[in-house]
Design a binder for this molecule. Structure first.
Ligand SMILES: Nc1ncnc2c1ncn2[C@@H]1O[C@H](COP(=O)(O)OP(=O)(O)OP(=O)(O)O)[C@@H](O)[C@H]1O
Ligand SMILES: [Mg+2]
Length: 248
């Protein structure tokens, strides 16, 4: 059986290799983003040239230019999401109150919820144990889950958000009254690039899971068609983190 030291060493080597690949991928993404912005900018200029023309031919041309612009925007969003997903998250884990972080995300989201007809019902426990959280990464992950709930309720609905203590830590449920998922969809939602949405990158849930697992926590999902979805984030008070304190 390998000794603990050699396991730690192996983990460190794997983490280093991952960081190196993530760095290369980041470089590649930037190399793609730069010419993409040039294309987008030139398409904008081209669209302006055609804007006031009355000819049918020019109107057809402008439609094509707009299509290219739309696709450029889609690619830029995809590349941004991919950078978020692939980057080696160096989590800055600090003692935090889960309820405080959840409330901040909900306060930020509330104006948009109003517009989307999403009623937020929160039950945030006041006396939960302190957990280790990277505030920025955690809030980003939570916002992704909240946006998924909103997108599952296109005609509006209710989003219940509750926090509670567990045997070894704390947990958070997000329960929406949206369309839910069938078993096949449910089995794929954590696959990178799986999306049932037009223009969705399919990286929201995989990124959220990586971040939560990076905290030593878990993301669980319960869902049924027509019966809404419940996403649970569980965080241990004492996370088992690898030697370098950074699992991702
Ligand atoms: N709350 C939910 N209710 C119903 N389906 C959901 C919910 N959350 C996620 N899904 C399903 O899981 C898929 C993957 O979600 P994920 O957040 O990874 O990507 P996305 O939302 O499609 O795209 P992106 O987050 O990049 O905009 C969604 O396309 C949707 O089919
Ligand atoms: Mg999403």
């Amino acid at each position: 059986m390998p000794s603990k030291t050699s396991n730690d060493e192996l983990n460190r080597q794997l983490a280093d290799r991952y960081a190196e690949i993530a760095r290369l991928v980041g470089g590649l993404v930037h190399e793609i983003k730069n010419p993409l912005s040039t294309i987008r900018l030139n398409m904008e200029l081209l669209a302006e040239d055609f804007r006031d023309s009355d000819s049918a031919r020019d109107r057809r041309a402008i439609k094509k230019v707009e299509l290219v612009q739309q696709e450029c925007r889609r690619l830029q969003n995809l590349l941004d999401d991919f950078l978020q997903f692939a980057k080696a998250h160096r989590l800055d884990l600090q003692p935090n109150d889960l309820g405080v972080q959840v409330r901040q995300v909900l306060d930020f989201y509330r104006p948009q919820a109003g517009k989307a007809g999403v009623e937020i019902v929160d039950y945030l426990a006041g006396d939960l144990p302190i957990v280790l959280l990277d505030r920025e990464a955690f809030r980003g992950a939570l916002l992704n889950l909240v946006l998924n709930a909103e997108q599952a309720m296109p005609g509006g609905g209710q989003l219940v958000v509750r926090t509670y203590g567990t045997a070894d830590g704390v947990a958070l449920d997000l329960i929406d009254t949206g369309g839910g998922m069938d078993e096949e969809t449910r089995s794929k939602v954590f696959d990178a690039f799986f999306s049932t949405k037009r223009g969705g990158s399919g990286l929201g849930l995989p990124t959220a899971r990586r971040i939560i697992e990076g905290h030593g926590g878990q993301v669980r999902l319960q869902s049924a068609p027509g019966r809404g979805t419940q996403v649970t984030i569980a965080l241990p008070v004492l996370p088992r983190l690898p030697a370098d304190g950074n699992p991702t």
